[in-house]
Design a protein around this ligand. Structure first.
Ligand SMILES: Nc1ncnc2c1ncn2[C@@H]1O[C@H](COS(=O)(=O)NC(=O)[C@@H](N)CO)[C@@H](O)[C@H]1O
Length: 421
């Protein structure tokens, strides 16, 4: 959400952001509701002033004049009551419209329609060459009986997964490695629930718009978040933090649930796109200082790259274009790891800077200089997400005999093993 005064003063800038981010919002409608609401408020204030003046006059006039003034007071009260519903309706409409105003992309963000227009910034790591025919991750899981996909599909339907034996240990090891890696970078580890109240999804910006991606719990005012960003972002909702408490840095591990509505037919085999997965989420709340915030953006990116480098996975960094960055982002980079069987890079991380757009929706403030409260700036990036990262991991580290090599950095988390399978 952006500041209403900023929107009034910069309609052109906002309309451009709406257009390049392909957001379905008519800013003129919002500005019209805003004007009508201001007029209604002025009318209410004038009537209240008149009614107050009238009430003050009653005791000062003669007995004969009193009834007329009392009548007038009643009529003014009636008129005020009649304005109430319109006032509330306009306030609600304006609030809903404001929640859909996108953040302004930073200068230099490439304009584009979708991920095909994202810009590759750099590639890291040697692509693997195999002196044997490499298997894809599904074949590798089957070869070692690590998946049991048919049985879990019977139990949990499509886009479900199960990992057995050393693959289960590998998934856990990668999560613990990432959490430890980030803790060593002074990110406070958190283990959070995915059960959240609906308003926390409005606070992050997932709602309005992403309702069909989220599982709801029948009969409860709770939903299942698709990322720990949601519970963590609302942890301090409504508070005014002391400035010295910033920056707050979390590495939050949680389950993540996504309906993947609209992804029908995409990545239906294997581990890339499932309904429930686990993620270590990096999250930063910092002062409303873009220069500082962009340094945190670089830190979040470097952390994720450090984790992928430790896992010895080749990857590339891309800058998301305006059509692929979502409403709330001012800046966004994806990291994509190499998947040999597809001869493609596939997204494993998403790094975002949101300015104060998220904090304004969340009511996330700190007491800045001069004691004035300021909305904070927020950033997030994936630390690691499983099982998706197992796809490049298994494929890049497969040996001719089907065993999987464990990179040195991960071995301590795998009981010292250099290979599994
Ligand atoms: N349906 C899914 N199945 C498996 N992994 C997923 C799924 N959806 C997302 N992920 C993983 O989670 C990562 C982050 O998801 S994201 O939507 O791109 N971004 C976020 O959730 C941000 N909070 C940063 O983590 C993705 O890069 C991907 O690695």
């Amino acid at each position: 959400m952006l500041d209403l005064k900023f929107i009034r003063d910069n309609p052109g800038l906002i309309k451009h952001a709406i257009q390049v981010k392909r957001i379905g919002l008519d800013l003129d409608e919002l500005l019209q509701v805003d004007r009508e609401l201001l007029e209604l408020k002025q009318r209410v204030e004038a009537l209240q002033a008149e009614r107050n003046a009238n009430a003050k006059a009653v005791p000062k006039v003669s007995k004969e004049e009193k009834p007329a003034l009392i009548e007038k007071g009643k009529a003014l009260g009636e008129e005020l009551k009649e304005l109430e519903p319109a006032l509330r309706a306009h306030e609600d409409a304006l609030k809903q419209l404001l929640l859909r105003v996108p953040n302004i992309p930073l200068a230099g963000v490439p304009e584009g329609v979708d991920d095909a227009d994202n810009v590759e910034l750099r590639r890291e790591g040697e692509l693997p060459t195999f002196d044997f025919t490499p298997l894809d991750h599904v074949a590798l899981l089957d070869k070692h009986h690590w998946a049991d996909a048919e049985r879990v599909a019977r139990v949990s339907g499509s886009r479900s997964y199960l990992l057995k034996g050393e693959a289960a240990l590998l998934e856990q090891a990668i999560l613990t490695f990432a959490l430890t890696y980030l803790a060593d970078k002074d990110f406070t580890p958190l283990s959070t629930t995915a059960l959240v109240r609906p308003e926390t999804l409005v606070a992050t910006g997932h709602f309005p718009g992403g309702e069909d991606q989220v599982y709801k719990i029948e009969g409860l005012d709770l939903m299942l978040a698709g990322t720990a960003e949601v519970p963590v972002n609302s942890l301090y909702a409504g508070e005014i933090l002391p400035e010295e408490d910033l920056p707050i840095r979390f590495a939050a591990i949680s389950a993540a649930f996504r309906s993947e509505a609209g992804s029908a037919g995409r990545d239906v085999r294997g581990l890339i796109r499932v309904h429930e997965f686990r993620k270590v989420e990096q999250y930063v709340i910092c002062r409303a200082d873009q220069e500082e915030a962009l340094q945190w953006f670089d830190t979040l990116l470097a952390n994720a790259e450090g984790i992928l480098q430790a896992l010895e996975l080749p990857y590339r960094v891309v800058q998301n274009c305006t059509g692929d960055m979502g409403a709330g982002k001012a800046l966004m980079y994806d990291i994509e790891a190499w998947v040999p069987s597809e001869q493609l890079y596939r997204e494993t991380h998403s790094c975002s800077y949101l300015g104060d757009w998220q904090a304004r929706r969340t009511g996330l403030r700190y007491k800045g200089e001069g004691g004035k409260p300021h909305f904070a700036h927020t950033l997030n990036n994936t630390g690691i997400a499983v099982p998706r990262v197992l796809v490049p991991f298994l494929e890049n580290h497969q040996q001719a005999d089907g065993r999987i090599r464990i990179p040195a950095a991960l071995q301590p988390f795998m009981g010292g093993k250099a290979f599994i399978g």
